[in-house]
Design a protein around this ligand. Structure first.
Ligand code: MD3
Ligand code: FE
Length: 198
């Protein structure tokens, strides 16, 4: 795990929020559910060849937005290039993402402890970009029961998870409300840029 603090200026962050809102115009945010029907506390959408989703069939990547049934919008070139540059900086050469999951955390949203295990190519890193309100991020290792380290991820930070950290347990325990006015309507946006297909 490599944390790149303040990777984006405030202006670049604002531009990226507009980019995300453009994605959401074509592929609206929606609330996924667990297999048993319980809703996530996070809203999601995606860009790319495939997008991550969860419903009664479980977690998986799909080629169409579950609501609109249309293909996901492409990953904007500048977003893909930003992720490739961050991966390179962290030592992962040749990262070519095929999906960008966008998580929207409003007041009180969290994301329970989980591992990202649905991607076919586990040798590729995952690049995470934080925008808007600060969050408390909990990062562990191979065991769901810890030990953990707690991090604050702030707007403009980029984190690269690769190698041994790629399958680590992690979650978002809290959003610190009102720490940034960047996201219209408040809260936090997180982009996770991945290679899902082989
Ligand atoms: C560590 N998102 O979308 S980003 C997720 O802030 C997710 O929205 C959180 O966990 C968020 O799956 C955390 C940081 C992150 C993303 C992917 C990881 C950490 C990771 C994959 C492996 C290990
Ligand atoms: Fe995750």
């Amino acid at each position: 795990m490599k944390v790149i603090r303040d990777r984006l200026t405030r202006g670049e962050q604002a531009d990226l929020v507009q980019t995300v809102l453009g994605i959401a115009d074509e592929a609206p945010f929606y609330t996924p559910t667990m297999r048993g029907g319980a809703p996530f506390r996070v809203q999601i959408t995606s860009a790319g060849v495939v997008g991550w989703t969860s419903d009664e069939l479980g977690y998986r990547y799909v080629r169409e937005h579950p609501g609109t049934k249309r293909p996901w919008p492409s990953i904007p070139d500048r977003t893909a290039d930003l992720a490739t540059a961050a991966a390179t900086y962290a030592g992962f050469l040749g990262f070519k993402p095929d999906t960008c999951l966008v998580n929207l955390y409003r007041d009180g949203s969290k994301r329970g402890l989980h591992r990202d295990d649905d991607e076919l190519d586990k040798t590729a890193p995952i690049v995470s970009v934080s925008l808007g309100d600060t969050c408390k991020f909990r990062f562990g290792g191979a065991s769901k029961s810890g030990p953990f380290t707690d991090w604050e991820l702030r707007s403009g930070d980029i984190v690269v998870f690769g190698g041994p950290s790629r399958l680590a347990w992690h979650g978002v325990s809290k959003i610190l409300r009102g720490t940034s006015g960047l996201v219209p309507g408040g809260g936090r946006l997180n982009l996770t840029i991945r290679k899902a297909l082989a």
